[in-house]
Ligand binder design. Structure first.
Ligand code: SF4
Length: 542
């Protein structure tokens, strides 16, 4: 099928919703499904002709499920934290009378102003974001390719790229993004794959997310799978390969189902298979569930898993490319792929903007955990205080973990650091710790998690994590010594240099950072045999 024909079909199928009343429910959990079900019932009973749109999550954490109500002639009204019991009152009343509940509305969008309800663009969550990779999340139906094509300019980029010479596609990706997503040099990886002489090459999307606090890949695959898949096809065309594999978290089978449905829709539209959109580009896309773990996120470990072996990293000579089943391959993240489709779509963002955004999973001791995409010069303080709602009243930010559970620890003096600066490059998970947190407990939590994650291949990681965890337990129990603090430092440095993958190399970072920033707390545990953060005299229980 040619793209113009597909676009016409999609527009015809979708119609022009803004001329009619509609309600959109956004979110990705069971509570969202319950709201949607209650709303369907209420709309049926009301006898009103209202379209109900389903979307995935917008990334707005505890404000979801969101319900957006559109009444022609007025602005969209967005209600947050909606319960099934109130949908009738909130949605039907507004649709009938035009009166919005200002006490329950989060904001309005488009159209005019409503009394006592802020505009979306006045709220930090919207005002401070520049959504490129996340552009459609929470706005379109992830299970309706027509929605992606007709409303989000979807597959126009693939149509354009598939008619271009591969080198030109590669150049366009290079021009648009010298630093895509996690700081990897994506154009270089594509170029290496494009130049590899082989009858088989693989492009793998790594969407498994082994860190339980990270949710960017999950959000993208759940809320906008076509943006990732379109970027994947464009990247595959540039890299001269047609063998694509999407790896998803096996613990979330609903994601595999959603991506599988998206691929079926693509097949029905001629977007997968031979001669995609009547071009010379052909491809196949498969979905694989991978048991989530930190180590499985490592590229060589993931490729080994796909070969049916244990997910265990390999030592790879610096100039040697990745291999799957002995053939060349590359591994890319959903965020980078979604940005590629943004670059090529018919109307869209400028390349520099694409390169300059960072998608961040924000969690920890804050008011509103969320997933956002912000300009790279946004400071961590702005993210935490303005978008995340800050820490609880009476508390201050003690530290933030970047790339937790094993990333850097930044103290309160470093909160003006831009999110895309060198010190936080390579990671997009930010966990906030407030002033009530004990730095020893914080390090113990990290080590307890990592204890289960090390694959055991290298001694420095395997033994280092165990030993560090034991020492931290002993310090927390009031049995630590000053020598233990020195040993923690020595072990941490050895793990950084002696481990072969990022798990072991960064495992000690929260401990080393804690010793640097809060050594007095470690020393107080040793000297006073108790946690200085507790307002009692007893020894800490482990
Ligand atoms: S650093 Fe740790 S997780 Fe990585 S290969 Fe070595 S033992 Fe396995």
């Amino acid at each position: 099928m040619h793209f113009d024909e597909m676009l016409m079909q999609a527009r015809a199928n979708r119609g022009c919703p803004d001329e009619h009343p509609w309600v959109r429910v956004s979110g990705g959990d069971d509570a969202t499904a319950a709201v949607r079900e209650a709303l369907e019932k209420s709309l049926r009973e009301s006898g009103m002709e209202v379209r109900l749109f389903r979307t995935g999550s917008l990334g707005w954490g505890d404000f979801e499920p969101l319900m957006t109500v559109h009444r022609p002639g007025g602005p969209e009204v967005i209600y947050g934290g909606v319960n099934p019991s109130e949908v009738s009152e909130l949605a039907i009343d507004l649709l009938r009378s035009g009166k919005a509940r200002a006490d329950r509305a989060l904001c309005t969008k488009g159209g005019g102003r409503l009394d006592n309800i802020p505009r979306a663009e006045d709220l930090p969550f919207f005002k401070l974001q520049n959504r490129v990779a996340l552009r459609n999340c929470g706005l379109i139906d992830p299970e309706d390719v027509d929605d992606y094509v007709a409303c989000a300019g979807g597959y126009a980029g693939l149509s354009k790229a598939s008619q271009m010479d591969q080198t030109a596609v590669l150049e366009m990706i290079r021009d648009s993004s010298s630093d895509n997503g996690k700081g990897c040099s994506l154009p270089d990886q594509l170029k290496v794959l494009a130049e590899a002489q082989s009858d088989e090459k693989y492009l793998v999307c790594n969407g498994i997310e082994g860190d339980p606090r990270a949710s960017v890949s999950t959000l993208l695959l759940e809320s906008d799978p076509h943006a990732v898949l379109e970027g994947m096809l464009i990247a595959a065309h540039a890299a001269r390969t047609g063998r694509l594999i999407v790896c998803v978290n096996a613990a979330q089978p609903e994601i595999a189902t959603r991506v599988g449905k998206a691929i079926e829709e693509m097949e029905s539209k001629g977007l997968v298979g031979n001669n995609v959109l009547d071009s010379s580009f052909s491809c196949s896309v498969k979905v694989r569930g991978v048991q989530p773990s930190l180590v499985a996120e490592e590229e060589t470990a993931l490729l080994r898993f796909l070969e049916g072996k244990q997910a265990m990293p390999l030592i790879r000579p610096e100039n040697e490319g990745l291999k799957l089943l002995g053939k060349p391959g590359i591994v890319l993240l959903p965020e980078a792929l979604s940005k590629i489709s943004a670059v090529f779509r018919e109307t869209g963002t400028e390349g520099n903007t694409v390169a300059a955004t960072r998608v961040v999973s924000l969690s920890g001791d804050i008011g509103h955990p969320c997933v956002v995409e912000v300009p790279g010069d946004t400071t961590i303080r702005t993210l935490v205080d303005e978008i995340g709602g800050g820490v609880a009243p009476g508390r201050t930010i003690k530290a933030v973990g970047i790339g937790t559970p094993m990333g850097k620890l930044l103290g309160s003096a470093d909160l003006e650091t831009p999110v895309a600066s060198g010190s936080v490059d390579g990671s997009i998970t930010i966990e906030v710790f407030d002033s009530e947190r004990c730095s020893v407990e914080l390090a113990r939590d990290h080590m307890a998690l990592l204890r289960k994650e090390t694959c055991g291949k290298c001694v420095f990681c395997r033994e280092g994590i165990l030993q560090m965890a034991d020492i931290l337990d002993s310090i927390a129990a009031g049995e630590g010594t000053k020598d233990d603090l020195d040993l923690l430092g020595t072990l941490g440095k050895a793990m950084e240099t002696g481990s072969i993958c990022f798990v072991g190399k960064t495992a000690a970072a929260p401990v080393l950072g804690g010793l640097e920033l809060f050594r007095h707390e470690y020393e107080a545990h040793v000297k006073d045999k108790r946690c200085p953060m507790l307002k009692r005299e007893t020894t800490v229980q482990v």
